[in-house]
Ligand binder design. Structure first.
Ligand SMILES: *Cc1c(COP(=O)(O)O)cnc(C)c1O
Length: 385
C-alpha cells in the first residue's frame, strides 16, 4: 500500500490530535477548478460550511472564488477572509432577521430563498433599509442523489427548498414586491455524489424549471446547481483530486444556457476534503477476544463523520513500517459510536505511533465539539510547519 507523504519528524513535537492541511494539494485542487471553468460563464462559490478555517478560506478567496454561506456568521467570516460580497450567496431554511440583515447590510450577491414566508421577511427587511435584495428561488428538484439519506437534500418531501407547487405563488409575491429582484433558480441535491448521472438528472430538471418559469414570464440571469461532487475516500493517494473535469463537462453538455445566462456552482467537500488529515497518536493497543483495538487520542469530537454517517476514512499508521495487522480504530469518547474504522489493515502499531486519518479536510475540523470537556483540535499547514 502506498502511504501519504507526511513530515513525520516535524509531527513528533506537536501535541495530538491535530488537523494537518497539505497546502500544496489545496492549491493544485484550486488550480484544477479554476482551469476547468476558465473561459466559461461558470461561477464557483466555495461552500464555507465544509471548512471555515481562516487560513483555508483566505487561500480559496485569493483564487477569486465566491462563497456559499448558510449562516450570518459564515457571511461575516467569508468577508473577513477576503471573499468579495458580490460573490457571496446565502442559503438556509431558517435565516433569522439578524442574519438577513447581515446579508443586506453587506450587499451580498444573492439570497437563496427556501420558503414563501422567507420571501416575505426579506421583502420587509429590505424595504426597511431601502435596499433591493437579489434572490434565487431554491427549488426542490426531486432528484435522487444516490448518497447517504442524511446528506440527500433534493427529494420531494424535505425541509430544504420550495416545492414545485409553491412556484406560481412565489412569482406572484415577487411581482407584487418592490425590494426583491429575482435573479435565478437554485438547486442542491445532496453531498458526496460520485455517480455523476445524478447531476445529469439535475440538468434535465433545471431545464424543465427554467422553461416553466420562462413561460410564466420570469427572466433568469442565472442557474445555480449547488454542490455535492464527491471524492474518493477509499484511495486518497491514487485520487487526490476530485474529477472536476468530468463534472463541469457534464454541465456544459447537459445544461445548455440561454444567451448570457450564468451557471453557478457551490462546491464544498470536493475542494477541501483531500487536503486535510487528522493526525492522532496511538494511546493503547488493547487485545480483545476476537479483535485488536487501536485506541487513539482523537475521537468523534474531532472528526464526527464516521460516528454520524458511518463514513469511511482511509487510515494509515505513518509511524510504522511493520507487518500489517487488523484493527478496530477507536477514540476515547464515552459513546459506542466513537469508532473510526473496523477491521482495517494497518502497519502493526505500538503506543505513541502517529496515525493519519485521511480526507478529513471537509466536515472535519469545522464540526469539532467540546463534548467530554475536550479541547478543540488545532490546525497546522504544510507550508508553515
Ligand atoms: C452543503 C452545501 C453545499 C456544498 O456541498 P458539498 O457536498 O460539500 O459540495 C452547497 N450548497 C448548499 C446549499 C449546501 O447546503
Amino acid at each position: 500500500m502506498i502511504k501519504g507523504q507526511f513530515p513525520v519528524e516535524k509531527f513528533q513535537s506537536i501535541e495530538t490530535p491535530f488537523y494537518y492541511y497539505d497546502i500544496e494539494l489545496l492549491h493544485k485542487t484550486l488550480d484544477t477548478v479554476k482551469t476547468a471553468v476558465k473561459d466559461k460563464n461558470f461561477h464557483v462559490h466555495y461552500a464555507v460550511k465544509a471548512n471555515a478555517n481562516p487560513r483555508i478560506l483566505k487561500a480559496i478567496a485569493a483564487y477569486g472564488f465566491g462563497a456559499d454561506c448558510v449562516s450570518g456568521n459564515e457571511v461575516l467570516r467569508a468577508l473577513e477572509c477576503g471573499f468579495d460580497a458580490s460573490k457571496i450567496v446565502f442559503a438556509g431554511v431558517g435565516k433569522t432577521d439578524k442574519e438577513i440583515r447581515i446579508g443586506l447590510d453587506n450587499d451580498i450577491f444573492c439570497f437563496n430563498v427556501e420558503s414563501l414566508p422567507e420571501l416575505e421577511v426579506i421583502e420587509t427587511l429590505a424595504s426597511e433599509k431601502g435596499k433591493t435584495a437579489r434572490i434565487a428561488l431554491r427549488i426542490n428538484p426531486n432528484v435522487d442523489a444516490h448518497t447517504h439519506r442524511y446528506i440527500t437534500t433534493g427529494l420531494q418531501e424535505n425541509k430544504f427548498g420550495l416545492n414545485e407547487r409553491d412556484l406560481p405563488k412565489a412569482l406572484e409575491m415577487i411581482g407584487a414586491y418592490s425590494h426583491i429582484e429575482l435573479i435565478g433558480i437554485h438547486f442542491h441535491i445532496g453531498s458526496q455524489i460520485t455517480d455523476l448521472s445524478s447531476f445529469e438528472d439535475l440538468c434535465v430538471k433545471a431545464i424543465e424549471f427554467r422553461q416553466r418559469l420562462k413561460s410564466w414570464g420570469a427572466v433568469l440571469p442565472l442557474i445555480n446547481v449547488g454542490g455535492g461532487l464527491g471524492i474518493n475516500y477509499q484511495h486518497p493517494n491514487h485520487y487526490p483530486i476530485a474529477d472536476f473535469e468530468s463534472y463541469f463537462r457534464l454541465f456544459e453538455k447537459y445544461l445548455t444556457m440561454d444567451d448570457g445566462q450564468a451557471l453557478h456552482f457551490e462546491l464544498g467537500r470536493s475542494m477541501v476534503a483531500p487536503c486535510g488529515s487528522l493526525i492522532t497518536r496511538a494511546t493503547y493497543i488493547k487485545e480483545g477476544i476476537n479483535k485488536k483495538f487501536l485506541i487513539v487520542d482523537a475521537g468523534m469530537t474531532d472528526l464526527i463523520r464516521p460516528a454520524l454517517y458511518k463514513a469511511f476514512h482511509h487510515i494509515e499508521n505513518i509511524g510504522s513500517d511493520q507487518e500489517y495487522t487488523t484493527y478496530d480504530v477507536v477514540g476515547p469518547i464515552c459513546e459506542s459510536s466513537d469508532v473510526f474504522a473496523q477491521d482495517i489493515s494497518l502497519n502493526e502499531a505500538k503506543r505513541g505511533d502517529l496515525i493519519a486519518i485521511r480526507s478529513a479536510g471537509a466536515y472535519g475540523e469545522v464540526m469539532a465539539s467540546h463534548y467530554n470537556c475536550r479541547e478543540l483540535p488545532k490546525s497546522y499547514f504544510s507550508d508553515s510547519l
